[in-house]
Every structure is written in C-alpha cells, then in structure tokens.
Design a protein. Structure first.
Length: 193
C-alpha cells in the first residue's frame, strides 16, 4: 500500500525563507579529537610508563629488596661497571628529600595537574614539546605508582666509574631527565611569541 501526502503548489514565500540566516557556529571538537591531538605525548608517556613498570616488576620478582652487591645476589652485566640491583629510594634524584616519599608523591600529582591545566601555555600543540612532556609524564607516573605501591621508588640500574658509584636509577628517571632536557632545548630554540 502506497500512501503519499498531497503536494502543495503555493507560490507564497514562507516565513522561514524570509528569516535572516543565523551565523554558523564553529563545531566544538569532541573529547576524542582533543585526546588525539596529544597522541605523541600519550604514546611516549604510555611507552615509558609500561617499560618502567615491566622492568620494575621483573626486578621485584627476581631480586630481594636491598640487593646491591653481587655477593648479595645483584646481577653483573659488565663487571666493575654495570649491575642490576634492587634498592629503594624514598627521596628524589640523588636521594634529595630522603624519607619524604609522601611529599614527593603529592608533588608528582601536583606537577601532572599543572601540566594538564597549563598545556596550552607550555606549547604542547608542538610535537617536540609533546615528545618532551610524554617522556616526562611517563616517568613521573611510573615513580608516583612506586611510591603508592611500595612507599619508595624501585631503582635498579647501577653504574660504577672506577671509585665513583653513580646514583642508582630506573627507566622512569631516564624518561624524566631526557624529557626535561628536550623541553629546555626546544624552549631555547623556539622564538618567543
């Protein structure tokens, strides 16, 4: 059964045709577009965080806590130079603020929130800035999670240079340091707006 409405043949203009056209409103990007605009940051942050946590899970599972010397079970990679150990750091880099793990966890959270709220001012639309902050954020989140789970950061990469023993560190620390250096390099190369 075919039901059709009758066609109207009125030549009188309608009120809708005479109304002034409303200005076009720019469509707001949906949240997925906003997230994808920072995909370099997200990809690097997730990569650093994942690699950091996987290596720490392996260290925690295979080396007793506070294993430092080969006689205690540390793994020798290059004798006299590079070892895998399992130590905890309740401070920041080079054990600054030792024993203040809760304070450092709070500072990490504040830093991440600050990066989020000031992302436009930090120039995160630029891929180089996204790369720098991706490395930085991945490292911050990795060490933050350690502080929440263990009460300290799990450090395991130990280098000796003759009599000098470099402070033990982890993958998150590498991401943080490279991220900061990349952002400083990027900042000095970019002309001021």
């Amino acid at each position: 059964m075919d039901i059709r409405l009758p066609e109207t043949t009125s030549s009188a203009p309608s009120a809708v045709d005479d109304a002034p056209a409303e200005p076009a409103v720019a469509a707001q990007p949906v949240w997925t577009d906003r997230v994808l605009s920072y995909r370099t940051l997200w990809a690097l942050a997730l990569s650093v965080f994942t690699l950091d946590q996987l290596t720490k899970i392996w260290i925690v599972a295979n080396l007793d806590f506070q294993t430092y010397w080969p006689s205690e079970g540390a793994i020798t990679i290059i004798d006299g130079f590079f070892y895998l150990v399992h130590v905890g750091n309740t401070g920041a880099a080079w054990s600054l603020l030792e024993g203040r793990s809760s304070l450092l966890a709070a500072l990490a959270g504040i830093t991440l929130l600050g990066i989020f709220f000031w992302r436009r001012h930090l120039g995160l639309h630029d891929l180089r800035a996204q790369a720098a902050f991706g490395l930085l954020c991945g490292g911050i989140v990795g060490n933050f999670l350690d502080r929440v789970l263990y009460g300290h950061v799990v450090d395991f990469l130990d280098f000796h240079f003759g009599d000098y023993i470099y402070p033990t560190f982890n993958i998150a620390d590498i991401g943080i340091c490279i991220g900061v250096l990349l952002y400083l390099w990027h900042s000095f190369r970019e002309p001021a707006n």
